[in-house]
Design a protein around this ligand. Structure first.
Ligand code: AP5
Length: 212
């Protein structure tokens, strides 16, 4: 099964992706996670991406397209994948069509997680993230040991792009560049719109129900 998670910043894409990959045994291909790791490792890619990410702006299409092409070639992605945070622009969606077409594959479902802006802003203001495994914690899902990741014990951080003015910029990027993709995929009849408000368990149940 080849899946895309669409949704604005803070919609719960990463949270739900981590649950779905455990349930379906698919790899999560998160361009945000890959880029944050490159920044943390100080690679050439990370150096190019850091300022843009910190400012809440999108990284150029050709950079992320290359990351995804490489990820799709990995043995882990051959039985299916869950794309989280990609595509984010129409040119990225067109590039993805070409990458999949070359491999005789296609997107089966696009899960569009819908959450009102005021809820998103509130969630991102309360988010703490593990810099190691990228697990997010929020007011409704705090870690068992405050300030530390349940999975690996790492000290949690506040992402630089979760500062209020950067969240506004990310919302702007979403509204002007990414929201168009719902229509792009609706034309193919593969979009499943999911109400993303409610507990993490409730949203997961709706997503899983959309495949039934
Ligand atoms: P990326 O990491 O993809 O960020 P994003 O899309 O802004 O999404 P977030 O990670 O902020 O939110 P999420 O939807 O995963 O929500 P989460 O599950 O954490 O990208 C970051 C940057 O990288 C971009 O700005 C850009 O610079 C660059 N980039 C990445 N991909 C790119 C691309 N394709 N092209 C160009 N540039 C790219 O949940 C949020 C919070 O809410 C958490 O605290 C969580 O615990 C909580 N929460 C989740 N679900 C619930 C719930 N049901 N109820 C209550 N709280 C909840």
């Amino acid at each position: 099964m080849n899946l895309i998670f669409l949704g604005p910043p803070g919609a719960g894409k990463g949270t739900q992706a981590k649950r779905l990959i455990a349930r379906f045994g698919l790899p999560q291909l998160s361009t945000g996670d890959i880029l944050r790791k490159a920044v943390a490792d100080g690679t050439a890619l990370g150096k190019k991406a850091k300022a843009l990410m910190d400012a809440g702006k999108l990284v150029p299409d050709e950079i992320v397209n290359g990351i995804v092409d490489e990820a799709l070639a990995s043995p882990l992605a051959q039985k299916g994948f869950l794309l989280d945070g990609f595509p984010r622009t129409v040119p990225q969606a067109e590039a993805l069509d070409q990458m999949l077409g070359r491999r005789g594959r296609k997107i089966d479902h696009v899960i569009s997680i819908e959450v009102p802006t005021e809820v998103l802003v509130d969630r991102l203001a309360g988010r703490q993230t593990c810099p190691q495994c990228q697990t997010s914690y929020g007011k409704d899902s705090p870690p068992a040991n405050p300030g530390h990741c349940d999975r690996d014990g790492e000290k949690l951080i506040v992402r630089p792009d979760d500062q209020p003015e950067r969240v506004r910029q990310r919302m702007h990027e979403y509204e002007t560049k990414t929201a168009l993709l719902t229509g792009y995929y609706k034309a193919r009849g593969v979009v499943r719109e999911i109400d993303g408000v409610g507990s993490v368990d409730e949203v997961e149940k709706r997503i899983v129900g959309a495949f039934a």
